[in-house]
Design a protein around this ligand. Structure first.
Ligand code: HEC
Ligand code: HEC
Length: 312
């Protein structure tokens, strides 16, 4: 691996053209190249080559305890991720969510979802805290990792995580990821007697991103028998469904009474006003009126009425 990394960096260093051009004579003897750039130093490579593999390869020597991790976590992580990993506001949740993976809206956390503890170590060192990535020392990273594992009830409170015992940590979802080797199910290129491409309906796999209503049979018959607020429905389908059909980003899901009961109690006027203002809680503005779409207040109000109708 080292050699390929080395080559890669050589190319990168080459790409810093100005440096290369002016320094070219110094490296002109480097065989097989154009006299530009230089080979990256061990230190330069080490700065980038910090990945830790699931089998522990790449972990540096070091250690950290749950108790030391607690103080570090509270000082450096809790403001966003919550004292117990429950997530403040809309910041990611790091703990809990067990047995939710088969739910409609699973809670994917380090404990419930991540198959490898090494990802936690690597991610934390590489990217956290959000505002100061790569500011943690190796031992601090071990300690905080130990503490997040503890928050997920995966280690005891006297646990000390080290390079040596790293692989003893058992992640509950370790076996939850597997290669889908079912034959003939997907991704199989058709080589003969293939379906007419024009007859294939592509429905987006990212729920709600592409409008698919026109592809769904019987879409027109929904709520047959009831008088439907047609204008509201039309605005809704065009401008709101992308989030509210599927609960994207915490949007209350249309048709799901649970998400709406309390809201409806505040009155349609209030809801319409908030939607008109582009209200989206503390997180900021909700499209479309908060965005740049040109809907009138009446359009939005009709859409809200439609959403409420469908959710009662
Ligand atoms: C200022 C807020 C903030 C602080 C402080 C912070 N984080 Fe994060 N953290 C985030 C955000 C935002 C993300 C999501 C980043 C993304 O998805 O690109 C995240 C993601 C994570 C994730 C991945 C979660 C997942 O399920 O994908 C872990 C693990 C994590 N942080 C650990 C930590 C640790 C450990 C600390 C303290 C050393 C910390 N964070 C401090 C904001 C913060
Ligand atoms: C980009 C995603 C998105 C789109 C598009 C969107 N919304 Fe929302 N909407 C949200 C989210 C997220 C919330 C939840 C905010 C919260 O609870 O903090 C929300 C909440 C609401 C609420 C409840 C407000 C309250 O007081 O609880 C109404 C009503 C609403 N949206 C109406 C609409 C209407 C009408 C449209 C289309 C004209 C629309 N939304 C388009 C994301 C969206």
């Amino acid at each position: 691996m080292y050699n390929s990394v080395k080559k890669y960096f050589k190319v990168l260093v080459l790409a810093t053209a100005a440096q290369g051009l002016f320094a070219s004579t110094a490296y002109a003897q480097d065989p097989g190249h154009y006299g530009l750039g230089r080979i990256a130093t061990e230190e330069e490579i080490a700065g980038w080559d910090i990945d830790v593999r699931p089998d522990g390869l790449g972990l540096p020597e070091g250690s950290g305890s749950v108790s030391v991790g607690e103080g570090l976590y509270e000082a450096q992580c809790a403001s966003c991720h919550g004292l117990f990993g429950e997530g403040e506001g809309r910041w990611p949740i790091l703990a809990g969510g067990y047995d939710t993976l088969t739910d409609d809206r699973p809670q994917k956390t380090v404990g419930s979802y991540w198959p490898y503890a090494s990802t936690l170590w690597d991610y934390t060192r590489r990217a956290m805290p959000f505002t100061a990535p790569q500011s943690l020392t190796v031992d601090e990273t071990y300690a905080i990792t130990a503490y997040v594992l503890y928050l997920n009830e995966l280690v005891e409170d006297d646990f000390v995580l080290t390079k040596e015992n790293f692989l003893t940590v058992e992640m509950p979802n370790a076996d939850g990821f597997f290669h889908d080797d079912r034959p003939d199910v997907k991704n199989k290129a058709c080589m003969k007697d293939c379906k007419d491409p024009a007859s294939i309906k592509v429905i987006s796999t990212i729920a709600g991103v592409s409008p698919t209503e026109h592809l769904e049979e019987g879409a027109e018959e929904e709520s047959a028998g009831e008088a439907v607020n047609e204008h509201g429905k039309q605005v809704y389908k065009q401008s709101c469904a992308v989030c509210h059909d599927h609960g994207v980003a915490g949007a209350p899901k249309t048709g799901e009474a649970d998400a709406w009961t309390d809201r409806i109690a505040t009155g349609i006027d209030t809801l319409a006003k908030r939607a008109n203002e582009g209200y989206m809680g503390d997180a900021g503005m909700m499209p479309p009126k908060g965005g740049n779409m040109s809907l009138s207040d009446e359009d939005v109000t009709a859409a809200v009425e439609y959403m409420v109708e469908q959710s009662q």
